[in-house]
Design a protein around this ligand. Structure first.
Ligand code: THU
Length: 159
């Protein structure tokens, strides 16, 4: 048996180290937490998608008394972007979250279902989606969702 290893590279950045465009995107994700409807978890998540024309589409988690009917911030943002601008790829997605004590020190990372949805965007537009995870101590920057979803499943795996 052979041992194999996967290594993931990501950057840890302060807000001011990012480009102006990405700083703005992160700020939009932070602001989007205001649009969260999190009556049950009281956990407020915002996401922002930077489209290839430079425009930004935001999302926020939307909860429901029937729990599975709610949706994460990432998917509300991605689906809104796709529904309104199907011709534009998504270059980058930023995510921010806060609880009753404020924004989190360490970033949250998208859930499995959201990772799979973002992977579909990479597959659809044939380019990586950069992921920026905001925490008050710094921002984790990934070059592709594949770095958060190794051994992923896409359409080509069925051919
Ligand atoms: N949530 C998100 O919106 N994004 C994540 O990456 C993790 C979790 C939401 C779903 C639910 O409304 C609340 O956070 C608690 O799980």
């Amino acid at each position: 048996m052979k041992e194999r290893k996967i290594e993931i590279e990501y950057q840890f950045a302060q807000l001011e180290e990012l480009s102006q465009e990405e700083q703005n995107l992160v700020k939009k994700a932070i602001a989007a937490t205001q649009n969260s409807y999190a009556n049950y978890s009281h956990f407020y998540v915002g996401a922002s998608c930077l489209l290839e024309d430079g425009s930004i589409v935001i999302g926020a988690n939307q909860e429901n008394a029937a729990f599975p009917s709610g949706l994460c911030a990432e998917r509300t943002a991605v689906f809104a972007a796709q529904a309104n601008h199907p011709e534009l790829s998504i270059k980058t997605i930023a995510i921010a979250a806060r609880n009753a004590n404020g924004f989190l020190k360490d970033p949250i990372s998208p859930c499995g279902a959201c990772r799979q949805v973002i992977l579909e965007i990479e597959d659809r537009y044939k380019q990586p989606v950069r992921i920026l995870l905001y925490g008050t101590e710094g921002i984790y920057c990934f070059r592709s969702i594949k770095d958060l979803l190794p051994f992923s499943f896409v359409d080509a795996n069925m051919r």
